[in-house]
Design a protein around this ligand. Structure first.
Ligand SMILES: C[S@@+](CC[C@H](N)C(=O)[O-])C[C@H]1O[C@@H](n2cnc3c(N)ncnc32)[C@H](O)[C@@H]1O
Length: 241
């Protein structure tokens, strides 16, 4: 049974987390940096409610309220805060840090990734993906122009800009993350996912993921230009030894 729908990168990460948790007996802490409405974690937390505790961090008040409703009764806490400067609000390390579809909206990217590094346990994993779909064709054009103009004045909530491959590689190398796994996803099938009848949703998402994993096995080298076709970049990182 799928743990989330409509985005093959997130399905891949949720499957990965499911496999990780299946092999665990001890409590596992998950930190979700920019959790939005936290819908991706309803299924996983329900399945592993005795094993897992989850903290979601999200800057938007309304999204926080929705996340608390979506996760009601599950072992979860939502903190309203940008995904950095968390010192007074978070304690201890986390076995898993995740961040989905967020980095492209973050202005202080170094601070954001340093936060993931700071809270990741020494043997933990950081699962991160980010999207390039907003920066191609006609989508999100106004926000692409206005957001970067406002962010230097402290108004970060409209910010979005392409995460270039060279920028990401430079940042994780500087911070001291090593790459365990890297893939590209969401090969322009996200639109198709929206029109699939509910009875075929599970089958569509399974086949979609298999297709994307097959594409990843072909040795195609990801570049910024390919972000127009493969809209999501996905990494699993660990502390560099
Ligand atoms: C596409 S949602 C992703 C949410 C969730 N991780 C998910 O996968 O559903 C993007 C999130 O980025 C947040 N966001 C927007 N601008 C931001 C900024 N400048 N800094 C940090 N987060 C921002 C929004 O509040 C929103 O929750």
């Amino acid at each position: 049974m799928l743990l989330t729908f409509g985005n093959s990168a997130k399905i891949y990460c949720l499957n990965w987390l499911d496999d990780y948790l299946k092999a665990k007996n001890d409590p596992v802490r998950i930190l979700d940096l920019v959790c939005g409405e936290a819908l991706n974690f309803v299924g996983l937390l329900g399945k592993y409610s005795r094993l897992v505790s989850y903290i979601g961090v999200e800057p938007d008040k309304h999204a926080c309220q929705l996340a608390r409703e979506n996760l009601r009764g599950l072992p979860a806490t939502i903190i309203e805060n940008p995904a950095y400067k968390l010192h007074s609000k978070l304690e201890g390390k986390f076995d898993l840090v995740v961040s989905f579809s967020a980095l492209e909206h973050v202005y202080h990217r170094l601070a954001f990734l340093q936060t993931a590094k700071e809270y990741l346990a020494s043997d933990g994993y950081f699962l991160i993906n980010y999207d390039s779909g907003h920066f191609h064709a006609s989508r999100g054009k106004l926000k692409n122009i206005i957001g970067p103009l406002l962010a230097p004045f402290g108004l970060e909530k409209y910010y979005q800009s392409l995460v270039r491959e060279s920028e990401f590689q430079r940042l994780i190398d500087f911070i001291g993350f090593g790459v365990v796994d890297q893939k590209f996803f969401n090969t322009q099938l996200k639109g198709v996912a929206k029109v699939i009848p509910p009875s075929e949703r599970e089958a569509f998402n399974q086949r979609w993921l298999e297709y994307e994993l097959w594409l990843n096995s072909l040795g195609i080298k990801y570049t910024d230009e390919l972000g127009a076709i493969f809209e999501t970049r996905n990494f699993i990182l660990r502390h560099k030894k």
